[in-house]
Design a binder for this molecule. Structure first.
Ligand SMILES: O=C1NC(=O)NC(C(=O)O)N1
Length: 313
């Protein structure tokens, strides 16, 4: 009997598949649908200190190979997500949940994590350092000094399990530099990758962009980004100390994609674009497909192949 169970932050999850922050997780209804699905957990939309409307629409566009989005962090505010998740947690004390949050500077990050601590939340916090879609705001994850400063400041006060959502990196030296910073802190995990920022998708019949914000520039997800996602998962798996686990996000739409992310070192995978297209039923299909692959290959649990990607000697 194969098992797709996993552990993150010393917490048990009966399945290694869940949603990516931002997708199907913006309000209580969507979170409840995820909670009832085959996903082992959920992560909320990144909560900010105050609720946000986000960018003008159209701000999301699905394509045959993935998606482009410039949502601009529309969310109900962190307090809302903490209230909903703490209530769901009471109903299901055995389940473990993730709450995502993001501040626009280190002081805001500290305030957000204070809110988490005061709320009595006992799950895992994901600090989003990689939203590419707030006009005028750079992706924190590309400012190495700021990431170092945020983590140094955060870990002085926040004592609960915390992971960070990173943007994709494209340079080996950047993998080295970021890993050196991350290894200094007691992170539960690193989640790679967020969308590839500031791509451009064009409707050639209309000779026009497809989303309104930022003249059509937006985060790219789906098939386009799987090779980049796998590279970031494996690069950090190779470089981070083993207590820091990897969550793999990017380009997952079938069991094979999940198998590849785990082979690269992921302990959990998150699904974005494909979940947006297929809805929460996708988790039953993905779980079936992953189990079939494991059965064919004679693997009983994900530890049997996690990180075991082979190189060509
Ligand atoms: O972190 C994020 N990544 C994205 O691709 N989009 C959202 C957003 O725009 O809110 N945030």
């Amino acid at each position: 009997m194969v098992s797709t169970a996993t552990n993150i932050a010393q917490k048990k999850f009966d399945n290694c598949i869940m949603n990516a922050s931002g997708v199907w997780c913006s309000d209580e209804n969507e979170l409840t649908e995820l909670d009832r699905s085959e996903a082992s957990s959920f992560v909320t939309k990144s909560g900010t200190l105050q609720p946000r409307k986000g960018n003008p629409q159209p701000r999301y566009f699905p394509t045959s190979l993935g998606s482009i989005n410039s949502m601009g962090l529309p969310n109900q505010g962190l307090d809302y997500y903490l209230e909903v998740v703490n209530r769901l947690q009471q109903r299901k004390p055995h389940k473990n949940y993730f709450v995502s949050c993001t501040g626009f500077n280190v002081q805001e990050d500290i305030s957000l994590l204070k809110k988490v601590a005061v709320s009595g939340f006992t799950g895992v916090v994901e600090l989003n350092l990689s939203c590419p879609n707030v006009p005028g705001k750079p992706q924190t994850g590309y400012d190495f000094e700021t990431v170092d400063n945020i983590l140094k400041t955060v870990f002085k006060s926040y004592k609960g399990p915390l992971g960070v959502k990173l943007p994709p990196y494209f340079d080996i030296v950047h993998f080295n530099q970021m890993a050196q910073i991350l290894n200094k802190y007691p992170l539960a995990y690193v989640n790679s990758v967020n969308s590839i920022g500031n791509g451009l998708y064009i409707d050639d019949t209309q000779e026009q962009v497809v989303i309104k914000p930022k003249n059509g520039f937006g985060g790219i997800g789906g098939d386009y980004i799987k090779p980049t996602a796998l590279a970031n998962v494996h690069a950090f798996y190779q470089r981070l100390n083993p207590d820091i686990q990897i969550i793999g996000t990017g380009g997952i739409k079938n069991g094979r994609d999940i198998f590849e992310h785990i082979l690269c070192g992921a302990s959990m995978v998150q699904v974005g674009t494909a979940l947006m297209k297929e809805g929460p039923d996708i988790f039953a299909r993905l779980t079936r497909e992953l189990k079939a692959i494991m059965r064919d290959k004679g693997y009983e649990k994900i530890a049997d192949f996690k990180g075991k990607l082979q190189y060509i000697e």
